[in-house]
Design a protein around this ligand. Structure first.
Ligand code: SF4
Length: 413
């Protein structure tokens, strides 16, 4: 379908890929994320994760000081020392990610080579990998894509003859468990997840692997898996009742589950979720929503809000439009939906002010000024931190959008 797309390549307001560590470190329970960066990177991590307190945090920053930037110190030697000290103090770490940043790129620190060297030094106890979370190259959800790309070569080869299902993208454990139960009830027994919860439980992959993307920002990971012979199942994303049903159905079709069985397994959850969504959506009905580009989740969210909550789409921004992965989502949007790809933040703000929507979905940096102008906003980052996929979370997802509207109405009263 041909949508009117506004393509912009101006200044954009978005967190860098380091931010994804906040949810990734919770997912891979024996991993540590070592940002090789500056005090700015450390501050970002601290404030983004500020609400959480850990006795033993699983991310940290190896600081690049001015001496390193000036080329006066050997950054590799310092990195080796920091890693040795960390691993000695923390025997629970099984996988260590060296995460690149803008400063590590500026001094051209080769983290891939450092990871290979450190992996050798600390094998077999710890596997060391690297990826970039630099703001020069990544937006916040792209950090997860980069992390998973670095994991793909580590996945064991699947030499079995029976097909297996791989769900790709970080999901809350509770959501993973719900999906596993549904797949098993349909008769799909061999279900694996990437990333896995433990470093030594990496899923095997091969030509028998059929994978479903659980998150819409994993274009690079999908490509890397396809290069290992895995096949992507085309589906919308599992947001809302309809998205979840279509996502599950894609797996059912690939694994030969017949329609009566599929219906029998999903019907009770569908019924429950529809009733819950209906109860929650009332404040959203016929309200106008504007998405600034941020997480790449905007298009599936827009589809859900229009289809199941009756919202009107003013503009749906996305940092990057992956036409192939988004095709099943785009097919469900009205033909006159205004999409925008990339950003020129001032121009987009002008469009937003002119349209004066009921709800604006945007990053933290834009939310406060827009609220001060009398608009109602929703922080897009919350949508990544909160379990929103699947049937049992569909009403929670609607509620995330309803809450700011209810709050605004109360303030007016
Ligand atoms: Fe800032 Fe770059 Fe560090 Fe991100 S990686 S916090 S954009 S300096």
């Amino acid at each position: 379908m041909d949508f009117p797309i506004i393509r912009e390549r101006g200044q954009n307001e978005i967190f860098c890929g380091l931010t994804s560590i906040i949810w990734l470190h919770r997912k891979i329970q024996d991993a540590f994320f070592l940002v090789v960066g500056s005090r700015t990177c450390a501050h970002l991590m601290q404030s983004a994760a500020g609400v959480m307190i850990f006795a033993e945090p699983r991310f940290g920053t190896a600081l690049i000081e001015e001496r390193d930037l000036a080329g006066l110190a050997d950054a590799n030697e310092e990195l080796d020392r920091v890693v040795a000290r960390l691993l000695e103090r923390r025997p629970d770490i099984r996988m260590l990610f060296l995460v690149g940043s803008c400063p590590s790129e500026v001094i051209k620190l080769d983290l891939q080579r450092a990871a290979a060297r450190l992996s050798q030094a600390h094998a077999p106890r710890v596997r060391v990998l690297s990826y970039t979370g630099s703001g020069l190259e990544t937006g916040f959800t792209q950090g997860e894509d980069q992390c998973l790309i670095s994991l793909v070569p580590e996945l064991p080869a699947d030499t079995g003859s029976a097909p297996s299902l791989l769900v790709v993208g970080s999901l809350a454990d509770i959501v993973e468990d719900q999906f596993t139960r549904l797949f098993r009830a349909m008769g799909i027994e061999d279900v694996r997840f990437l990333p896995a919860r433990k470093a030594d439980a990496l899923p095997a992959v091969g030509p028998g692997t059929r994978f479903l993307l659980a998150q819409p920002f994993l274009g690079g990971t999908a490509r890397a898996l396809e290069e290992r012979g895995a096949r992507r199942l085309e589906a919308p994303f599992p947001l809302g009742v309809e998205g979840t049903t279509a996502w599950l159905r894609a797996a059912a079709a690939a694994f030969g589950v017949d329609e009566p069985r599929f219906h029998e397994v999903t019907a009770p959850a569908v019924e429950r979720a529809r009733a819950a969504v209906e109860r929650t959506c009332e404040p959203l009905n016929e309200r106008r929503i504007f998405f600034f580009p941020d997480s790449q989740m905007e298009i599936p969210l827009a589809r859900f809000l229009r289809q199941e909550a009756g919202m009107e789409l003013v503009e749906v921004g996305t940092p990057y439009l992956h036409r192939e992965h988004m095709a099943p989502e785009l097919a469900q949007l009205p033909a006159d939906t205004v999409l925008s790809e990339g950003q020129d933040v001032d121009r987009q703000l002008d469009r937003c002010r002119e349209a004066h929507p009921d709800l604006v979905v945007c990053g933290l940096g834009l939310a406060n000024p827009l609220e001060a102008e009398g608009m109602t906003t929703k922080w897009s980052i919350e949508l990544v931190f909160t379990p929103v996929q699947g049937y049992d979370q569909a009403a929670d997802l609607a509620e995330l959008f309803a809450r700011p509207l209810i709050r605004r109405a109360k303030l007016r009263v």
